[in-house]
Design a protein around this ligand. Structure first.
Ligand code: NAP
Length: 229
């Protein structure tokens, strides 16, 4: 089996496990202190991956916000922010989305084989479009990123993407932040969907840290032997 990057999954969810509300603007689950923590984690990674659903719904910038952290990366010969990575099956992404237009770092789009022609036409001028298989295999994505020099990958959602990294046993660490409220609407995206997860009642994950950050709590899980002990 080919090498893959050390992979950290990061997300914020409501008490009832939702990543967002069912409609309207992006739901703020985190707080300022936690957003700063996420920024620090971003700065330690070589690439950040989100699903196409998140690019469309949230229009994220996916940059390291803090100048000192960007400067520190540059002093190490790295781009100010990590490489941006997304995954799509249908290639319906807007080349004007901030994912593509903001920041100097490389942008990679892993596209299902059947939509490669459309993806190249739409996004070829703003990103490197890579054939990810049919459908895109997260293992193939991970191995291709490793071949491109990515040693640390941060996956920031959404739920469809998290589910695949977890069920394929491609995650080494999970940062789960729980916000102190309920969403209570099953039309909203959940942290994960159905699947066979490597961690179950017979094989419990290791809770490595619990940290209170203002009104939210960070749960840090070790999911593989690669987690630094
Ligand atoms: N709270 C948080 O920390 C957090 C973080 C991120 C996102 N979110 C929220 O999560 C929601 C989005 O999550 P989501 O689960 O709906 O979507 P998602 O995981 O962001 O993206 C799903 C999309 O990614 C593409 N994709 C995923 N796996 C694929 C595969 N194997 N092959 C081909 N394409 C694949 C497909 O794109 P196409 O449809 O283009 O084919 C799919 O529709 C938003 O509401 C967002 O606000 C919350």
């Amino acid at each position: 089996m080919a090498d893959r990057p050390y992979t950290l999954l990061s997300c914020g969810m409501s008490i009832d496990g939702y990543l967002d509300g069912a409609q309207g603007d992006r739901l703020l689950l985190s707080n300022d202190a936690d957003l700063d923590r996420v920024d620090a984690v971003r700065a330690t990674n070589d690439a950040i991956l989100v699903g196409a659903g998140t690019v469309r719904k949230d229009n994220p910038r996916l940059l390291v916000r803090d100048r000192a952290r960007r400067d520190e990366r540059v002093s190490r010969g790295l781009p100010p922010s990590p490489i941006k990575v997304t995954v799509t099956g249908c290639a319906q992404l807007d080349a004007c989305a901030q994912f593509f237009t903001v920041g100097e770092s490389e942008k990679l789009v892993y596209c299902a084989s059947a939509a490669m022609a459309e993806a190249r036409e739409r996004l070829g001028s703003v990103a490197t479009v890579v054939d990810g298989g049919q459908p895109v295999s997260m293992r193939r994505v991970s191995e291709d990123l490793h071949a491109r020099g990515v040693r640390r990958l941060m996956v920031e959602g959404g739920g469809i993407v998290h589910t695949q990294f977890l069920t394929a046993a491609l995650a080494d660490e999970l940062h789960l932040v729980v916000a102190p409220f309920f969403v209570g609407d099953s039309r909203a995206s959940r942290f994960v969907g159905d699947g066979r997860f490597p961690w179950n009642p017979d094989r419990r994950a290791t809770l490595a840290e619990v940290r209170r950050i203002g009104d939210v709590v960070l749960l840090r899980y070790a999911l593989s032997e690669r987690f630094p002990g």
